[in-house]
Design a protein around this ligand. Structure first.
Ligand code: BDR
Ligand code: CA
Length: 311
């Protein structure tokens, strides 16, 4: 299995990503979960991460709290999408498993230094503050990373938080710029692609039909999460953005994309956080990312249903 760290701001779709990883030990070994401020403030994201681990029956999973604000900006949150707790939907108990004492950024640095070089993959599915802070503080870890598989950005479909920007990149564009310029091999799951794999009634029924607590919770979360997209876009369902990263690590054949150059806008007020993706390779700039354009939606939901049923 590939060793991974999930950096996250749960978030219902983050929760499903964590569950997919915990359900797939033959493919991914989850070294730890690092929480970051994003969808909701840090005290809620670290708590939500622990709720999800307990739900999966894996309270031994290590959860670390990281940065509570973006590198240079005030935190922007997304309660309008995820609800007040970040995991609104079904009623939930407070977690009893502990939060680790170590800071998430220190955990990322220490892990990359201790594990053999080229064997740890980072999966950031929230704003990139923790990862960029680790890079700034310990530049030696950058070349030790096997790959970064992240959810963020938008191109043809463009923004969900502003007309130009996707939420994770918009919240901390300076952090995103550090990561996109780092030279680490990047795989990027943008909105354009996640919007090709919407939930449907049948897909949610498949979760509910598992007859397990996990299936019931995932169905209730997606029911809640859907509401926002259905009202906003008039679409049939909602994209489950974040689990695409874990699905890619389990079965990359579900996805296709192009190696292209992607730069982050950090100065324009109008287009702040835009991922300027050179899909048609017109800039002459060196590719720095595999930008995913397509997903086998049926295969993705079949994988989710198959794996989540194990928990
Ligand atoms: C991203 O923003 C968050 O609201 C989701 O969890 C996902 O990571 C989608 O733009
Ligand atoms: Ca997220």
């Amino acid at each position: 299995p590939r060793k991974i760290i999930i950096d996250t701001d749960p978030g219902q779709d983050d929760a499903v990503a964590i569950l997919l990883a915990l359900a797939s030990p033959e493919d991914v070994e989850l070294l730890g979960i690092t929480a970051v401020a994003g969808n909701v403030p840090l005290p809620l994201t670290e708590k939500n991460a622990r709720i999800v681990c307990e739900l999966a029956g894996k309270p031994q999973t290590r959860v670390f709290a990281g940065c509570e604000a973006p590198l240079k900006r005030k935190l922007v949150t997304a309660e309008h999408v995820h609800g007040k707790t970040g995991l609104d939907g079904p009623p939930m108990d407070d977690p009893t498993m502990p939060l680790q004492d170590q800071h998430a950024v220190d955990f990322i640095i220490e892990t990359l230094r201790n594990e053999p070089s080229g064997t740890v993959t980072l999966c950031p599915i929230g704003p990139l503050t923790n990862v960029a802070t680790a890079f700034e503080r310990a530049p030696d870890i950058v070349e030790r990373i096997q790959e970064i598989v992240l959810m963020g950005g938008a191109y043809f479909e463009v923004g969900n938080i502003t007309p130009a920007a996707e939420f994770n990149i918009y919240v901390d564009p300076e952090a995103a710029e550090i990561v996109f310029k780092s030279g680490v091999p990047l795989v990027v799951m943008p909105l354009d692609m996640t919007h090709k794999a919407l939930t449907t009634k049948a897909r949610i029924d498949a979760f509910r039909g598992m007859g397990t607590k996990v299936g019931e919770m995932v169905a209730a979360w997606t029911d809640f999460f859907e509401r926002f997209d259905m009202e906003k876009y008039g679409s049939e369902g909602a994209p489950l953005h974040d689990p695409c990263t874990i699905a890619y690590l389990i079965n990359p054949d579900l996805f296709s994309g192009r190696h292209i150059n992607v730069e982050i806008e950090t100065t324009s007020e109008l287009t702040l956080g835009m991922t300027v993706a050179d899909w048609w390779r017109v800039s002459g700039r060196e590719p720095n990312a595999l930008f995913i354009g397509d997903i086998d939606a049926e295969g993705f939901y079949a994988l989710l249903a198959d794996r989540l049923a194990r928990l």
